[in-house]
Design a protein around this ligand. Structure first.
Ligand code: UD1
Length: 417
């Protein structure tokens, strides 16, 4: 079992590139199925979730090869429309294959994704939208069996919550449907826009991505394309937290500032100086951080739930109290007990966490229990006095590409053993 060994207290400096976005890469990889041809994706991060998605593509009969950050996928020879249970289990977000399988094969079979470390993960919004598009769905014995005997039809779909995954699944089902689909209360995340840009460059007709109403006009055929994945805004927020928590000054390259519009004000309230020029964001931390007071997670453009844990790790050392309200997922405070083991003072009541900033954290043995919680422990370990051992690295690898190497480049004393 590998673990990270961190000796905290080192200042970070220099410049690193922000990896490509995990949450863009996964739906775009699924979307390649609709092209029935070769697609080339640049800036694809090396992550276990990406490997799991590529594993599903290969099982379906597609080919995929990687050279550094470039993935070449060819979906022409795909000859299956089911995903076995063990492949579904590897990653909850493989539900994103539902729409593309039905759109390509007019049928799909997969197991229900079930809950995950963040609590229950229902897919009712996905299923009711696909039913409105003429797809028959049977849910029995933990399996989903779908067919579209009469074809797939555009529909007016009003989401009761702007779910990212449901918006993506509807877009993927609609691009080759008969007629026009209108999604209202759609998710507006940058990853939705990236998916729309990929699909549009394959020949899809989509307008409004990034706004709350998305209109998709079905087309007969899509073709392969070349596409560069957007930088990962959550990895950027994690690195910003690490720089701030270690009282450092360092630069992140490949940043799209508008994607961080709810994140940068938190760092400014904490007393950090931010400067941005030509895709590079420099973060300079004050001697002691101030509490950013109140952070509420919300759908985009609100503060992202995925940045809650790493930013919380930063606030552990801030002067004053920071209140977090987690509005998106039920069980998203699993990192709190571990941060407290490092000397933080955090209390949780339901969806509220209250962080009373302390002067010092001190190294300890801690265990990651989910992806962003793992990142939070790394941030806290870097700002702790002494040595910290972090286990549960399989979670970190789901979303962070060679994270210890990135942090070593910034001068951190961190190694994987
Ligand atoms: C995506 C991201 C994840 C991020 C989340 C919210 C990917 C691979 N994952 O997850 O990192 O934390 O967006 O920004 O892109 N819900 C329902 N019914 C549904 C679907 C969702 O009740 O059918 C609820 C969920 O339980 C959750 C909330 O809606 O409470 C948000 O979920 P959603 O936006 O769908 O997140 P994901 O697409 O799963």
């Amino acid at each position: 079992m590998s673990k990270l060994l961190v000796t905290g207290g080192r200042k970070l400096s220099g410049e690193v590139k922000v990896q490509g976005s995990k949450n863009s890469t996964l739906p775009i990889l699924a979307a390649t199925i609709l092209c029935e041809d070769e697609s080339i994706l640049f800036n694809c991060p090396k992550l276990s979730d990406v490997d799991a998605t590529v594993g599903i593509l290969r099982y379906l009969g597609c080919t995929a090869s990687r050279s550094d950050d470039t993935l070449v996928v060819n979906t022409k020879a795909m000859d299956k429309s089911d995903i076995p249970h063990e492949l579904m289990l590897k990653m909850r977000s493989s539900i994103i294959f539902l729409g593309v399988l039905i759109a390509r094969c007019k049928k799909a079979k997969m197991s229900l994704p079930g809950g995950c470390e963040l609590g229950p993960r229902p897919i009712d919004l996905h299923l009711s939208a696909l039913r409105q598009m003429g797809i028959e769905i049977n849910e029995e014995h933990g399996e989903l069996e779908c067919s579209a005997p009469d074809g797939i039809f555009g529909a007016k779909i009003a989401l009761s919550f702007p779910s990212v995954g449901a918006t993506e699944n509807i877009m993927l089902t609609a691009v080759k449907a008969k007629g026009t689909t209108v999604i209202t209360n759609a998710a507006k995340e940058p990853e939705i826009v990236d998916l729309a840009e990929f699909l549009s460059s394959c020949g899809a007709k989509i307008s409004g991505a990034g706004e709350s109403t998305i209109i998709i006009e079905g087309v007969e055929k899509l073709h392969g394309t070349k596409h560069s994945i957007i930088p990962d805004r959550i990895v950027a927020a994690t690195l910003m937290s690490a720089i701030a928590a270690t009282k450092s000054k360092a630069t992140l390259d490949r940043v799209i500032l508008s994607h961080l519009s709810a994140i940068t004000p938190v760092f400014e309230q904490a007393g950090c100086e931010l400067s941005f020029k030509e895709g590079k964001l420099t973060v300079a931390s004050p001697y002691r951080l101030h509490s950013p007071k109140l952070i509420r997670t919300m759908p985009y453009p609100g503060f992202p739930t995925d940045a809650q844990a790493p930013v919380m790790a930063m606030t552990c050392l801030a002067r004053g109290i920071t209140v977090f309200v987690e509005n998106i997922f039920e069980s998203r405070y699993k990192h709190v007990d571990e941060l407290n083991r490092l000397g933080a003072d955090i209390k949780v009541e339901g969806k509220v966490a209250v962080v009373d900033g302390v002067r010092h954290l001190s190294g300890a043995n801690v265990r990651a229990l989910d992806l962003r919680g793992a990142a939070a422990l790394v941030v806290a370990a870097l700002s702790s006095q002494g040595k910290t051992e972090i286990t549960g690295l399989e979670y970190l690898k789901r979303g962070y590409d060679d994270f210890e190497v990135v942090l070593q480049t910034l001068g951190a004393d961190i190694k994987k053993i």
